[in-house]
Design a protein around this ligand. Structure first.
Ligand SMILES: [Ca+2]
Length: 360
């Protein structure tokens, strides 16, 4: 063994005496590694069928440490979403995780609920048993602020609903921005929408909130339709999940059976894994290919309100007013504010999902 000392004899003797003492903290570090390595996340959600898939993936992934669940209105009302979140953490026997209510409505627009896609109760019409867990008394955006300050540079925000709660937290306390490790959100698209030609649902459902979150200045990964629409949960994966059993396994099987059936009604091959894809990226970022770009959220367009407008070339013409006209005087680089996921290893993501849920 080569020792990193110039005068080998004397120092190697000193090293051998010190070695047992040095070894203790080294071993402690090695054994403590798995707990320390897990990523602390706050899961902000409007549950929601695909929220259910995402939550159960998060709770069953050792890479993630879910520090709180905050509920936002979106797919369902704030009240129904809270009830669904509480029932799901109860099913997972995780009453230790705080579940907090947040905003009651979007910042400046009317709520659009989606029972049409998620079932009357938001959970594929599956009736989970009443929750053993109790709601945390804190207000969702305040809880987000509190947890970020309690663990500076360690919290990853994973919002999978409209961005109302996150925007409220930033507006109330902008000092959280540099203290957040990363934001990995499900929402947006740079290739057309799912609500209409331009907009994706989470962004469309609180467009101003989304613009606040995109412009906040923190590291942000956008997991949008480019991922979810490619990561289709087909009957192949459903059959795989049907071979095993357990309370979570069977619940998620039921949710996915509902979603696969729904997609087939509309001529699809399978159900897009929208929300779980953001959690999957938090677990393993190598599942996706990203491109850094500047993204703005369109808040005023006649046909494009809610579109995430990604500047794919990173340039902006500099138009300067001269008398009654503008003249192009150059090209400015725009600074990226997001890593946009532009491709996914769909099969690997879907297999990851099934492997984490099966038998649970
Ligand atoms: Ca959602």
């Amino acid at each position: 063994m080569m020792l990193p000392f110039a005068n080998g004899v004397r120092c190697s003797r000193a090293f051998s005496l010190a070695f047992p003492l040095l070894l203790i903290p080294v071993l402690a570090t090695v054994f403590a590694a798995p707990a320390e390595a897990s990523k602390k996340i706050i899961f902000d959600t409007d549950p929601g069928t695909d929220d259910a898939l995402a939550l159960m993936l998060a709770l069953n992934s050792p890479e993630l440490d879910v520090r709180a669940i905050t509920v936002v209105p979106g797919n369902v009302t704030a009240e129904m979403g809270l009830e669904n979140a509480l029932r799901m953490v109860s099913l997972a026997n995780r009453c230790d995780i705080p579940v907090a209510a947040g905003a009651r409505h979007p910042l400046f627009q009317k709520l659009i609920t989606a029972e049409f896609w998620h079932g009357k109760n938001g959970l594929a019409n599956i009736e989970l048993p009443p929750s053993k867990c109790r709601v945390d008394a804190r207000y969702g955006p305040d809880l987000i602020i509190e947890l970020i300050h309690a663990a500076p540079h360690e919290i990853t925000l994973v919002p999978v609903g409209p961005l109302t709660n996150i925007a409220l937290a930033v507006e109330k306390d902008p000092s959280i921005v540099p203290l957040v490790q990363e934001v990995i959100l499900m929402g947006g698209s740079i290739t057309g929408g799912n609500v209409n030609a331009a907009a994706e649902a989470n962004i469309y459902n609180d467009t101003e909130a989304a613009q606040i979150v995109f412009q906040a200045g923190w590291p942000l990964t956008m997991v949008g339709l480019e991922v979810g629409d490619k990561a289709l949960f087909t009957r192949k994966y459903l059959d795989e999940l049907g071979k095993t059993h357990g309370p979570i396994n069977d619940f998620i099987y039921g949710v996915n059976k509902f979603l696969v059936g729904l997609s087939e009604q509309f001529g699809g091959m399978g159900s897009p894994m929208y929300d779980p894809s953001a959690v999957a990226v938090a677990v393993d970022s190598s599942l996706v290919k990203v491109q850094a770009m500047h993204v703005d959220v369109e808040t005023r367009g006649e046909f494009t309100r809610g579109e995430t407008v990604g500047n794919r070339h990173g340039n902006l013409e500099r138009n300067v007013l001269h008398g009654d006209r503008y003249m192009i005087e150059g090209v400015d680089r725009v600074v990226p504010n997001a890593k946009v996921c532009v491709d996914v290893d769909a099969d690997r993501m879907l297999r990851l999902f099934v492997s984490r849920i099966r038998g649970k």
